[in-house]
Design a protein around this ligand. Sequence first.
Ligand SMILES: *Cc1c(COP(=O)(O)O)cnc(C)c1O
Length: 392
Amino acid sequence: MTRPNTEGLPQKVLEAITQVVGHTSAALHEPSFGVNEVRYLTECISSTYVSYIGDYVKKFEKELQEFTGAQHIIPTTNGTSALHLALICGGVRANDEVLTPSLTFIATANAVTYCNAYPHLIDTDLNSLGVDIEKLHDYLREFTKQESGLCVNKKTGRVIRAIIPVHLFGHIAEMNDLLELARDYKIAVIEDAAEALGSFHKGKHAGTIGLLGALSFNGNKIITTGGGGALMTNDNKLAILARHLSTTAKLPHKWEFHHNLVGFNYRMPNLNAAVGCAQLEELPKKISQKRTLFKKYREAFALVNGVEVFQEPENSMSNYWLQTLILDESQRKWKDAILELTNLNLINTRPAWEPLHLQAPYADSESMNLENANSLKGRIINMPSSPKLADE
Ligand SMILES: *Cc1c(COP(=O)(O)O)cnc(C)c1O
C-alpha cells in the first residue's frame, strides 16, 4: 500500500507543537502580569482619579508615543472605538464605502458600520496575508471612477472613502504600493493595527504608516489594559479632532458644559492605563519571546511536510502576536482533524475567523471575488502563542 507522506498529519502537528510548548496543555494566548500592575492600580485608586483624567493616562500616552514613534496617541476604551474614531477623523461619512478585507475580525467591519458607512470587501494576498494589491488595482480600475477628486463605486454610486489594511496576526505586508495606489485613487488609509503593537515596516510602527491607525489592548493581545485601545496619527489637526470627539466634544471651560459636536465617551480610564503602564515595561521582552517562539515552531515543523509556519513578510519586523500554521492547498482536508486532535490534547488551536462575506451581517456587502480568503479560511491554524512558552 502506498501512502502519501502526509498521512497522519494531525499526529505530526500535535507532536511538533508539543515539542515547542514542552508540556501537554497550552492556551492560545494568555495575558501575563508582573508586580507593577497591582502597585500602579493601588496608587491610581488612592489618587481617586480613576476615570479618564489622571497621570497614568498621560504617562501611558507618552510612553506609547516614544515606543511607536507616533506623533499623537489617544488612548481609548478599546480597539474598536479607536478604529471608529479613526474612520470618522479620516473623513468617513454616512453612505460612504470603506474597503475592508473579508479575512479579518468582525470589529474591523463593525467600526465602518458604526459610521453608517458600508464595508466593501476585498481579497487577501496568499503570501503576505495583507491586501492583494494587484487584484485591488485591477478592481479599482474597472469598477470605480474619479468624480470631483473622489473615488466613486460605478455600481452603487457611493464614494469609496477609505481602505483599512489589517495587520493580521501582527504581520505588516508591503505598505508602499498600497499607499501609492490609495493616493492615486484618493482613498484614505486607516490601519487596523489592533494585533500589531511592536511590529514595524521599514522602520515605521504599525498604525503610523497610513493617515490614522488603531491599536487594541484587549486581554488576548500582546499587552493588555483589560479593555483598551489607542488611536495613532502623525497629523496634528486630526489628533486634535480625535481627542475632542473622544471626550464628548466638550469645549474647555472651568465649569460650563458646552459641546460643539456629537462626541463620544471613548477615552481610556486611568485605572486601565495604570495596568497599561506596567504592561508596557514588559513589552520589549514579550516581543523577543514571541520571536523566539516563532523560531522554535519553525524548527519543530521543519520536517513536517504539507504545512508551513508563517514567517514575517519582507521588510517587516513582526511581533508574532499569533503563531500561524498554513496548510498547503492539498492538505486542507486535515484542518478539522488537526483542530480536533490538538484541542482534545489541551493544546488550544483555532482556525482563522470566518470571512466577513460568510457572516450574517455582511453577507450582502459589496465585494470583489474573494477566492484567496476562501482558500485561506480552510488552511489557517493559530497555535499557542503566549510569550512565556518561549521559555519552556
Ligand atoms: C482585537 C481586534 C480588534 C478590536 O479590538 P478590541 O479592543 O477588542 O475592540 C479589531 N481588529 C482586529 C483585527 C483585532 O484583532
